[in-house]
Design a protein around this ligand. Structure first.
Ligand code: UN1
Length: 493
């Protein structure tokens, strides 16, 4: 069986008939043979979405939302099956596979509720016998380009708000997780999404993604992925003045103050840095530590890191799963080598693991560096793997300064028992998400998600903020005076 594209309400092979394989990163198992699409398939999908838009935008939003409610119910009833597939296709350990699916369920239910809100505003008009209000309009055809690290959750962040708001969608998932994308679209089909409203095109970013971004009938691109790819999207899309929302890298830090509960901080660090094998854009990859507790914290971390068990995420005994593919493994290890070359002190880890439980997959040992200078590459660039850099500071001000001196600005955390430190940090940290006494990961679906600086381009996903991406404001003035009334001119009317 080949996992196919979904275009105009039908499952279809790529026009060229080409296919590729989706591989389990823990052991090389083939998860599925998948259609490999090109620009001609993209064209079909975009045309189908464009044809479906005029009628979908007129379906009352509460009716559109009913499809989402049903989809969320189906996801819930199939949670375990989907979670196992998340672990097999992407590699994260099974409890996190379940979290990924749960986040998708939460987002789908939450967004379905928007079908009965999608609030605009009414406001007095400045002239008599005149009514003023603003409403949210859908934008048109949305290209949803999604990454492999949250193969269920992140697609729901884009598909669900786009659909509830009345847009039609062409969904292009990462080539590492196409089978999960196929499952999600199957679920929406079963829930009753009309043909053409949601289309799926499977294949590589270089061809499928590029063709989508430059297609004249795509009105909005919602992209989550690497900074390099996101820049490419923004540049190409700007030629046609398309709407673009970008969610890209992070270089998130955990600040540990000298008054912190160190055991709690260690828990938060292990979870945020090595959970998902460091492959979250919210993952902690810098520790900014008060020098008074640095030695103690390092010792405790080394103990805990040394006990982490690598292996297949389906096994209950596994703490850290594989990284997603060979090129990510190379990239991560390249950063470890760069760190050593730049003079950072490798405390633990630092190697690729290719024996025992790791023999058949792509594994990197959880790694911790000390004596990291904030300007080193390992302290500045996103690694997207289980590699953490510890930077010593001597005050809260210095910690915040180091935290903010990054080209990225997604998530930060501070461990402190001092209420004044906590509030100063909340005020002065300049990332889009700040945690107090918790790690950097685990954002909830009803709050805005996104970052400052190079993490994004000013948008926020999730929560009601997502609606600002997937709708445009339309201001409506209704004059019922029966005569011409000129705003700003007829002041005495
Ligand atoms: C991501 O890594 O792109 O906050 C998303 C978190 C998750 C989402 C991460 N809820 O860690």
């Amino acid at each position: 069986m080949v996992f196919k594209n979904y275009i105009g309400g039908k499952w279809v092979d790529s026009k060229s008939g080409a296919t590729f394989e989706s591989i389990n990163p823990a052991n090389g198992e083939v998860i599925g043979v998948v259609s490999k699409s090109d620009a001609t398939d993209v064209d079909d999908a975009v045309e189908a979405a464009a044809r479906a838009f005029p009628s979908w935008r007129k379906v009352p939003a509460p009716r559109r939302a009913e499809i989402l409610f049903r989809a969320a119910q189906i996801m819930l009833s199939r949670k375990e099956e989907l979670s196992l597939l998340v672990t097999r296709e992407m590699g994260k350990v099974i409890k996190e596979g379940r979290g990924d699916v749960q986040e998708g369920i939460d987002m789908t239910f939450y967004t379905a509720g928007e079908g009965r809100r999608l609030l605009g505003s009414t406001t007095p008009a400045e002239l008599p016998n005149k009514f003023a209000m603003s409403v949210r309009d859908p934008i048109g055809v949305v290209a949803a380009i999604t990454p492999w690290n949250f193969p269920i959750a992140i697609p729901t962040w884009k598909l669900m708000p786009a659909l509830v708001a009345g847009n039609t969608v062409v969904f292009k998932p990462a080539s590492d997780t196409p089978v999960l994308a196929h499952k999600l679209v199957e679920i929406l089909e079963e829930a009753g999404i009309p043909g053409g409203v949601l289309n799926l095109v499977l294949g590589p970013g270089g061809t499928v993604g590029d063709a989508l971004v430059s297609h004249p009938k795509v009105d909005l691109i919602s992209f989550t992925g690497s900074t390099a790819a996101g820049k490419g999207v923004a540049q190409k899309a700007s030629e046609q003045l398309k709407r673009v929302s970008l969610e890209m890298g992070g270089k998130n830090a955990i600040i540990v103050m000298d008054d912190a509960d160190l055991e709690l901080a260690v828990d938060g660090i292990i979870w945020s840095a090595y959970g998902t094998t460091g492959q979250r854009c919210t993952a902690a990859s810098r520790l900014i530590v008060h020098e008074a507790v640095r030695k103690e914290l390092a010792d405790r971390l080394i103990n805990r890191i040394g006990a982490l068990r690598l292996g297949d995420g389906l096994l209950d005994t596994t703490d850290v799963g594989p990284v997603v593919n060979a090129s990510q493994l190379d990239k991560i290890h390249g950063y470890v080598e760069a760190g050593i070359k730049e003079g950072a002190n490798l405390l633990i880890g630092g190697t690729i693991c290719d024996e025992g439980d790791c023999a058949k997959g792509f594994f990197h040992k959880p790694t911790l560096f000390d004596n990291v200078n904030p300007n080193m590459r390992i302290a500045q660039e996103e690694i997207f793997g289980p590699v953490v850099s510890m930077i010593a500071v001597s005050s809260l001000d210095q910690a915040i300064e180091v935290n903010n001196a990054s080209r990225y600005g997604l998530s930060s955390s501070i461990f402190t028992r001092d209420i004044n430190n906590a509030f100063r940090a909340m005020r002065d940290i300049t990332t889009g998400i700040v945690y107090v006494n918790a790690g950097t990961i685990g954002a909830e679906v009803h709050l805005p998600f996104g970052g400052t600086r190079g993490t994004g381009n000013g948008h926020r996903e999730a929560g009601q903020a997502a609606l600002d991406i997937f709708t445009e404001w339309k201001s409506l003035y209704v004059d019922f005076s029966g005569r011409l009334q000129r705003a700003q001119i007829d002041l005495d009317s």
